[in-house]
Design a protein around this ligand. Structure first.
Ligand SMILES: Cc1cc2nc3c(=O)[nH]c(=O)nc-3n(C[C@H](O)[C@H](O)[C@H](O)COP(=O)(O)O)c2cc1C
Length: 211
C-alpha cells in the first residue's frame, strides 16, 4: 500500500463527468440495443454491494406487447391518481412532465427484491430487513452508471402499483418491486435534470444537507 489512490486523476475526472451527466433519461431513440451490450451492463450491476452478500436482485425483462401494455395501463392509472394530489401551478407542471419512457424505450426491466431467498443467511437484516431492498437499489445504481458510461440512458419509473406489476409479470408472491427501468439510446445529452428544466425542483447536492 502506497497511500496513493488506486485510479489516476484522469480517471477520477472522467468518473466525475459520468456522475454529472448520468441523467434520468426520459426520451429515447427507438433504435434497438444489441443483446451483448445489455448483458454487459447487467453483468456490471452484479458487482453491486448487497447486505450479507445476499444478492436479492431479480431482473425481469419486459418485452412482450401484452406485458408492456399492462405496465403502461398501470402507469396511466397511477399517474392519473397522483395528478389529483396536486393543485394550481404544480398540477399544471405535473401534467406537462414526461414521467414515463414506456412508449419508446427498447429495453425494459422490472427489478424485484426476493425476500424469501436464504442467500446471505440473514446477516445485517435482522433489525433492518429493508436492507435487502436497498441492496437492489445499489445494483440499479451500478447498472445506471454502467449504461451511461456506454452512451445508453436509463429511466426509473416508480409511478406504478407494485403488486399489480408483480401479478402481470407472474413473479413469486414474496418478490417486491423495487424499480421499473427503461433502457435505450437517449435522444439528447444534458447536464441539467429534466425536472429542473421544467421548474419542478432544483438540485441542491450534498453540501446543503450536511449537518
Ligand atoms: C428511486 C427513484 C425513483 C424515481 N422515479 C421516478 C418516476 O417515477 N418518475 C420520474 O419522472 N422520475 C423518477 N425518478 C427520476 C428522478 O426524477 C430524477 O433522478 C431526478 O429528477 C434527478 O434527475 P437526474 O436523475 O437526471 O439527475 C426516480 C429516481 C429515483 C432515484
Amino acid at each position: 500500500m502506497t497511500g496513493q489512490p488506486a485510479f489516476s486523476a484522469d480517471f477520477q475526472a472522467e468518473l466525475g463527468r459520468l456522475f454529472r451527466l448520468r441523467r434520468d433519461v426520459r426520451r429515447f431513440r427507438s433504435d434497438p440495443v444489441a443483446e451483448p451490450l445489455i448483458d454487459e451492463v447487467l453483468g456490471e450491476a452484479g458487482f453491486a454491494p448487497s447486505v450479507g452478500l445476499s444478492e436479492p436482485w431479480r431482473y425481469v425483462r419486459v418485452a412482450t406487447a401484452a406485458r408492456r401494455a399492462a405496465i403502461r395501463e398501470n402507469f396511466e392509472r397511477c399517474n392519473a391518481e397522483a395528478l389529483k394530489g396536486y393543485r394550481g401551478e404544480d398540477a399544471r407542471t405535473y401534467a406537462s412532465l414526461k414521467l414515463a419512457g414506456l412508449d419508446i424505450a427498447p429495453v425494459q426491466f422490472a427489478v424485484f427484491c426476493d425476500a424469501g431467498d436464504g442467500k446471505g443467511k440473514g446477516l445485517g437484516t435482522r433489525s433492518m430487513p429493508e436492507m435487502r431492498d436497498y441492496s437492489v437499489v445499489c445494483s440499479v445504481m451500478v447498472l445506471w452508471l454502467a449504461a451511461r458510461a456506454r452512451g445508453l440512458g436509463l429511466r426509473w419509473v416508480s409511478i406504478l402499483d407494485p403488486e399489480t406489476v408483480g401479478q402481470a409479470l407472474e413473479v413469486p408472491d414474496d418478490w417486491r418491486l423495487v424499480a421499473y427501468l427503461c433502457l435505450g439510446w437517449p435522444e439528447e445529452e444534458g447536464a441539467v435534470p429534466e425536472l429542473e428544466q421544467a421548474g419542478w425542483e432544483v438540485r441542491d447536492g450534498v453540501a446543503d444537507r450536511l449537518l
